[in-house]
Design a protein around this ligand. Structure first.
Ligand SMILES: Cc1cc2nc3c(=O)[nH]c(=O)nc-3n(C[C@H](O)[C@H](O)[C@H](O)COP(=O)(O)O)c2cc1C
Length: 199
């Protein structure tokens, strides 16, 4: 319990990461396998899909992000955007892509019509649980990560590059690497206004 709490507390947003890893690629894959196997999902639907990008694939993703943003961001702002992507995300060792399989979500909507509106929401919750578990385990293994949302603007290019099913909805991107700096300071709002107990 103490170790679990420590791992949860130590999970932070690391923007300063290097392209090294203290663990092997197989061990990174094992973290992802473990999460996908054991993290719960709505109705045990197992709708989460995860893609691990390493090496040139990781670099390719962040080039895609830059290419897409270059067409959208005002030219004056683009150097700052590019510097952030190069420094905080592309600089890392790899990126985890989180998807949710809409075939599964639609299947549940058809099977349980009364909950139809809930399934897309629960699918997001399911993905978030996977994100948190993987983020925490990467941290515990000596890696630092952050959570990014360049979807939906990159969805098409990502699907094309890695031949992802059009039914897999991209939810988040998690670049990671060996921490090359401390996370920023973090303020905590009082628990009294956020937690209530009735007994
Ligand atoms: C649902 C969710 C969405 C987030 N989206 C982003 C994001 O798009 N870009 C980003 O840099 N950080 C994102 N974050 C990271 C938060 O800003 C960060 O977790 C928060 O400020 C607390 O800091 P910590 O992660 O160091 O504890 C997200 C976090 C959560 C939980």
């Amino acid at each position: 319990m103490k170790e679990l709490k420590k791992a949860i507390e130590n999970r932070r947003t690391y923007y300063n990461i290097s392209d090294k890893s203290p663990i092997s690629d197989d061990q990174i894959k094992e973290i992802i396998d473990f999460a996908v196997l054991h993290v719960p999902s709505a109705f045990n639907s197992q709708s989460a899909r995860v893609v691990l990008l390493l090496g040139d694939h990781h670099k390719k993703l962040w080039n895609i992000v830059k290419d897409v943003l270059k067409k959208l961001v005002p030219a004056d702002n683009f150097p700052a955007t590019e510097a952030k992507i190069d420094g905080a995300f592309a600089a890392g060792y790899g990126t985890v892509l989180f998807f949710e399989d809409q075939n599964v979500v639609e299947g549940l909507q058809n099977a349980f019509a009364a909950y139809s509106e809930n399934f897309p929401v629960w699918s997001q919750h399911t993905s978030a649980m996977h994100q948190f578990a993987i983020w925490t385990m990467l941290e515990e293994a000596g890696l630092g990560a952050s959570l990014q949302h360049y979807n939906p603007i990159i969805d098409e290019a990502v699907a094309k590059e890695w031949k992802i099913s059009p039914k897999w909805k991209l939810i988040a991107q998690m670049p990671f690497g060996t921490p090359a700096g401390e996370p920023g300071s973090k303020e905590f709002q009082p628990l009294e206004s956020r937690v209530s107990v009735f007994k």
